[in-house]
Design a protein around this ligand. Structure first.
Ligand code: FAD
Length: 380
């Protein structure tokens, strides 16, 4: 694609920002548009654990693993402190049935080459003396996982876009699209109109508007089914370091809800993610946040006095079958879609692969299972 081509990215979450950054690295002039301030969607609420843990089938596990392995390079290329922390994740079980499930899952992941190792209670205690793990029927540790500060990633990507001559338009959502029939009878989006009335011309339109991509894509006549998956995290005031070895920890999955995930930012603030993919934290109120802190203090007593200073909530981008949608839309071939859960883990791969598909017209076979047309094909 010639470097004068007008590429417009709608959505400045971690996915749109990563794609815009990779296009910029390839000397492409990019315009990024967001209805809000960049990074305020699912990317803000995200627990941002970089992992390939609860993923199947194997090809999807591999996709996430590949992206996990691409993160250090992505971070180096950004040339900024993005709060990327490695150190791994630990979890344990509290019942005998839970121990069987934890061990079986770890065994399957190891057979896929994913290094989840079993640890004894004594080992777990030495690794994390500040965490109360009682009862403890089995434990696992995965040393290759990490987490990242998503706000810093978005900022770093968009800084590079602007420094290279690209444009970032914030607080001005897309209102409509001009779709025209092109050569060969195929339609294409030639320009978009923003809520302010501003018109932005495009040769390629990247839709990375997270959960809102369904309504945005509909403006081009593209049908894209998503499930509703609200989620939330709370952030506490700064606390002294809670972990010695790991950077992420999950409370036992075989105890009654809330299931909790915990990580700590460089400034000491702790992020707690409570809940499942079907919902989190009830109504995301201050009461919920206080309840989570009380619950987590059972496992991490030093957090007993922590205060919630921020509740971050958002809709997970969740294509109907739970897998990503990445690639050009067949019905409007200059529209490239990039919508997924686990978008923090997958951001490193998605940015790089999208640039290859958009600029080099590559058809990456690893992305074949994740094309939009699997939904339309299912209807035929
Ligand atoms: C509670 C929670 C926990 C999570 N935990 C993890 C985790 O541990 N690991 C992991 O890998 N993933 C996790 N995820 C998923 C991950 O955060 C998302 O997949 C990822 O952030 C999606 O990024 P995105 O850029 O696609 O979407 P978003 O961050 O939602 O960004 C979309 C952007 O599009 C903009 N937009 C919307 N409509 C318009 C419009 N009309 N015009 C212009 N702009 C528009 C929005 O303002 C927004 O900035 C979690 C998500 C949640 C909610």
């Amino acid at each position: 694609m010639n470097s004068q081509a007008k590429i417009v990215v709608v959505g400045a979450g971690i996915i749109g920002s990563s794609i815009a950054f990779q296009l910029t690295r390839r000397h492409q002039n990019v315009t990024v548009i967001d209805a809000r301030r960049p990074g305020q969607g699912a990317t803000l609420a995200s627990y941002a654990w970089i992992n390939s843990r609860d993923k199947s089938p194997r090809e999807y596990q591999d996709l996430n693993r590949r992206s996990l392995d691409m993160w250090p390079r992505f971070a180096r290329e950004l040339k900024d402190d993005i709060g990327l922390r490695w150190g791994g994740e630990m979890r344990w079980s509290a019942t005998e049935e839970g121990a069987v499930a934890l061990r079986e899952h770890a065994e399957q992941l190891r057979s896929w080459g994913y290094p989840v190792t079993e640890i004894t209670k004594d080992q777990a205690r030495i690794m994390e003396p500040g965490v109360v793990m009682d009862p403890f029927t089995s434990g696992v540790y995965c040393a290759i996982e990490g987490h990242v500060d998503t706000q810093r990633v978005v900022k770093a990507c968009l800084n590079r876009v602007e420094q290279s001559g690209g444009t970032v338009i914030a607080n001005d959502g897309i209102a409509s699209m001009n779709v025209e029939a092109g050569h060969g009878g195929q339609s294409g989006v030639t320009s978009i109109t923003l809520k302010s009335g501003r018109i932005v011309e495009c040769d390629v339109l990247v839709l990375a508007a997270g959960y809102e991509t369904t309504s945005v894509a509909a403006m081009a006549g593209i049908e894209f089914p998503q499930s509703q998956s609200p989620g939330a995290t709370i952030v506490t005031d700064p606390q002294s370091p809670i972990f010695r070895t790991v950077v992420c920890m999950h409370t036992p999955r075989d105890l009654p809800e809330p299931l909790m995930n915990i990580r700590q930012f460089a400034n000491g603030s702790v992020m707690i993610h409570g809940g499942t993919h079907n919902g989190s934290l009830g109504d995301s109120s201050d009461d919920d946040a206080a309840k989570l802190i009380t619950e987590i203090s059972r496992f991490m007593p030093t957090l007993a006095g922590a205060k919630s200073i921020e509740i971050r909530s958002g809709m997970r981008p969740m294509p109907e079958d739970g897998f990503p949608v990445i690639g050009f839309a067949e019905s409007v071939p200059n529209v490239y879609m990039a919508v997924m859960h686990s978008g923090v883990t997958l951001a490193a791969l998605t940015g790089e692969f999208a640039a290859l598909e958009i600029l080099d017209r590559a058809e990456i076979d690893l992305l074949a299972p994740y094309r939009l047309e699997r939904f339309t094909a299912a209807k035929r």
